[in-house]
Design a protein around this ligand. Structure first.
Ligand code: NAP
Length: 321
């Protein structure tokens, strides 16, 4: 049997690093696209050195993408690279569109010209729904993005679908809801909380400032999400799926659960600061996972409580070492 080859963009990110681990374990030859940086940003993948081949390229640069796709000749391509932080998309809207929207056009053109039989996964986001008409959302819910990131992701989504229809490419979009892990940045609320709880437990700080405690999210574990991405590309026919837990929890429930893990009362440490409120708070984003569950047999393996626990444990160990 020949070894399958996969190219991952966004290798240095949360999902890229977990997906690389999964594909290596499955015997793939893994190429990871990394853009040049003056300082190392390979922290999430150092443990994979020797098992992955890093290739240089940038979603802003068409020729680098063409070179990478034609040289690697991947069987599967996972586009996880993007400017992925919603608040930044308001301060850098044009750059967000360049990476997150036009970057996908450049990649699709590279695939069409250099490896049209490659299977392609595009990381869509629940932010495309923005202010949805219905809750839970399904694959048929209308896109009504409410921030530049969501708009860019909607463009990328429809370009991926259009290239499937027009050129008969094997293209899939996974509309992922928020997914977390110990490799998530502390600017995201889930990791911000687990990290702060560990700091408080270790006496490194004594306060945690948060925004809207009633905001609800559909959270799942990044390892579960990347397994869904891989599974989507193993199907006979390409299709688009929601990747979600199908449940929501409030920030307050997350806080309670995280403080419970270390035996402390959250009310002694947490304060609300309106500066952390999101101006474009999405309305009840929660995914209906019937299609992916019934169609390809995926569902999350980790519960919300297990996820909180494993992240608090990780942060405690990391800060104590
Ligand atoms: P992440 O940790 O922010 O990683 C983003 C990756 O994109 C990084 O490797 C980054 O490289 C790379 N990148 C950014 N601009 C690039 C460019 N111009 N050229 C090449 N690479 C570039 O994101 P993530 O959490 O792993 O998410 C993976 C994907 O899923 C993203 O597309 C994100 O928008 C989407 N998504 C994520 C979630 C979630 O909850 N995590 C939910 C919905 C959708 P550097 O290291 O060089 O910055």
């Amino acid at each position: 049997m020949t070894t399958k080859k996969a190219l991952i963009t966004g290798l240095t990110g949360q999902d890229g690093s977990y997906l690389a681990e999964l594909l290596i374990a499955k015997g793939y030859q893994v190429f990871g696209l990394v853009r040049r940086s003056s300082t190392s940003n390979l922290e999430r993948i150092t443990h994979l050195y020797g098992d992955i081949q890093i290739v240089s390229g940038d979603l802003l640069d068409q020729s680098s993408l063409m070179d990478v796709v034609s040289e690697c000749q991947p069987d599967e391509i996972y586009n996880l690279a993007s400017q992925s932080y919603v608040p930044l998309s308001w301060t850098q809207p044009a750059l967000t569109a360049e990476y997150t929207a036009l970057g996908v056009s450049r990649l699709l053109e590279s695939i069409r010209r250099c490896k049209p039989d490659a299977r392609f996964y595009q990381a869509s986001s629940s932010e495309v729904f923005g202010q949805p008409d219905e809750s839970p959302q399904t694959e048929r819910t209308a896109f009504r993005p409410r921030n530049p990131y969501g708009v860019a992701k909607a463009y990328a989504h429809w370009m991926t679908v259009n290239y499937r229809q027009k050129y008969n490419l094997y293209n899939c979009c996974g509309i992922t809801y928020t997914h977390e892990s110990p490799r998530r940045g502390t600017e995201f609320v889930f990791r911000k909380i687990t990290h702060a709880v560990a700091q408080i437990k270790l006496g490194l700080t004594n306060e945690l400032k948060l925004g809207n405690l009633d905001a609800r999210r559909d959270w799942c574990y990044a390892k579960d999400a990347v397994y869904a991405m891989w599974l989507m590309l193993q199907q006979e026919q390409p299709d688009d799926y929601l990747i979600a837990s199908g449940e929501t929890y409030s920030v307050k429930e997350l806080v309670e659960c995280a403080f419970d893990c270390v035996g402390l009362n959250w009310q002694d440490y947490v304060s609300v600061d309106p500066a952390f409120y999101r101006a474009d708070e999405p309305v009840q984003l929660v995914g209906c996972i019937e299609k992916i569950k019934m169609g390809i047999g995926w569902q999350p393996q980790y519960s919300f409580n297990q996820l909180v626990e494993l992240m608090v444990d990780y942060d405690l160990k990391k800060l104590s070492s």
